[in-house]
Design a protein around this ligand. Structure first.
Ligand code: THU
Length: 127
């Protein structure tokens, strides 16, 4: 699946976001090294800190399906262009990156923007 299609899936799943508090929907589409993709949205809670980001939700689905490595992640919010993963999600994604890192795909004003996870979280913690 190409990055445009991944971003489209992220956009579609963002419509299912449960965001009564922030009103900030996010969708994510993770590409595993198997070639399979996994989509998820953010969902919030009245106990605000229990909120789960779209990216971590999508990573969880990939892992539950038996995936071990992630090659790329597309993130979309209708509220924000260049919607990058939060710090916590960057750390979680790091755990599953391939030797070639993870491409991070976003919607920019001009079209698609692609960066790499290591550019977003340099010198990150790993065991
Ligand atoms: N959110 C995500 O889903 N992913 C991010 O990387 C940033 C933040 C969600 C959490 C919360 O539901 C809303 O966006 C506002 O912070």
């Amino acid at each position: 699946m190409n990055y445009e299609e991944m971003l489209k899936l992220a956009q579609q799943v963002s419509q299912n976001a449960y965001v009564p508090y922030s009103k900030f929907p996010v969708g994510a589409c993770v590409l595993a090294d198997s070639g399979n993709v996994y989509t998820a949205c953010n969902f919030e809670n009245s106990s605000y800190g229990m909120t789960i980001c779209a990216e971590r939700n999508a990573v969880g689905s990939a892992i539950a399906a038996g995936e071990k490595k992630i090659k790329a992640v597309a993130i979309y919010s209708p509220k924000k262009k260049n919607c990058t993963p939060c710090g916590a999600c960057r750390q979680v994604l790091t755990e599953f990156r391939t030797d070639d890192d993870i491409d991070v795909i976003m919607q920019s004003e001009e079209g698609i923007k692609v960066t790499q996870l290591k550019a977003l979280l340099p010198d990150c913690f790993e065991l």
